[in-house]
Design a binder for this molecule. Sequence first.
Ligand code: NAD
Length: 386
Amino acid sequence: MDKKIKVGIIGAGFIGSAHIEAVRRLEFVEVIALAQSDEKKAKHKAEQLGIPLAYGNYKDLLNNSEIDVVHNCTPNYLHYPINKEIIEAGKHILSEKPLALTCDQTAELVTLAKEKKIVNGINFNYRQFPMMKQLSEMVKQGELGQINLVHGSYLQDWLMYDTDYNWRLDSKMGGKSRAIADIGSHWCDTVQYITGKKIVEVFSDLWTVFPVRKKPITAQETFDGIAGEDDIPYEEVSVDTEDYASVLIRFEDGSKGVFTVSQVSAGRKNALSFELNGSLQSAYWKQEEPAKLWIGHRDRSNEVLMADPSLFLKEAQSSIHHPGGHQEGWPDSLKNMMLHFYTFIKEGKDPLTDKTEFATFEDGHRAMCITDAILKSNERERWVKV
Ligand SMILES: NC(=O)c1ccc[n+]([C@@H]2O[C@H](COP(=O)([O-])OP(=O)(O)OC[C@H]3O[C@@H](n4cnc5c(N)ncnc54)[C@H](O)[C@@H]3O)[C@@H](O)[C@H]2O)c1
């Protein structure tokens, strides 16, 4: 058997641990190291997960010449500096979103990755669901006709009390935008991937529902038992990023849409959903029931397509790994992300010329520019070009 591709993970919190699990589902890749912000934490996590090497400083992980690929799963403010160092170390890179905190930074990372000719990916994983591959093929093959309207939302409730706190609420760590950069970026990436059309103009309205929140004195990792616990000591802090946003969008071909994001919507856990209205039919998908695609007709009964390799178009079959009724979900979308990313590396494909089956730094840059335009539009109260 060929030598396995060796991987190091920087930041093993919520998403870093999910990356590790997904990578381990590929037989030709091996996670050999992780780095955390201090040595004790790193060793503890590495022991828990059975990973041989643990570093308290990510620079030591980058100096390990055995490591071929590095994942950056740290909080947002560390994406730009660490991504830059990973590229400079000549390693292939998979970054978490957002790619960096500003458009200038993301543009620079795109250029640097090209110069070094390294394989670069960003974890926009929603386009990796089997049904999303199927829908993108249906759109490509003209089944929906011309896509006129795209609308939907991405709603969560994990920050709906003023006692909910996470590093994302501090703009120094999370960036100038929160709900848009954190979840709106996923929505925009998914619909642009599905329609094959770029969002070129936006008109937004943002709102910080809680300008003051109660921050626990001790730091917490994401989704780490934060909601509603009022017996832990806290301090009041002001928050300058949005809990909610609604955005009108225009695509490059003049078609239009609208989406809403919120992190304060009770009962909505990870509710990314969207609808396409085409000139022949409509389609509606929601992430929390990912195996179903609603297909709307005007002149006959509507349908629900269930994820099933035998019902999928042949171009979508490589993204579905189980028979109908054996549902694939969020962790499987990460597996597909890793499968496509690492297969590209294994096959020695060229990141400058070969088509990828995953989002790249170019997509990360585009997402950042959309976020930037949304912030500007909110400030200026008018349409802004991306
Ligand atoms: N693609 C997705 O669906 C998805 C989902 C969740 C999070 N994310 C992204 O992943 C990133 C991390 O989010 P999270 O929810 O896992 O956060 P988290 O707080 O759970 O984990 C962050 C981890 O980074 C570590 N860390 C902090 N500073 C470090 C440093 N200097 N060196 C090494 N490690 C360091 C922390 O110890 C922690 O383990 C964010 O940028 C977020 O946008 C993406």
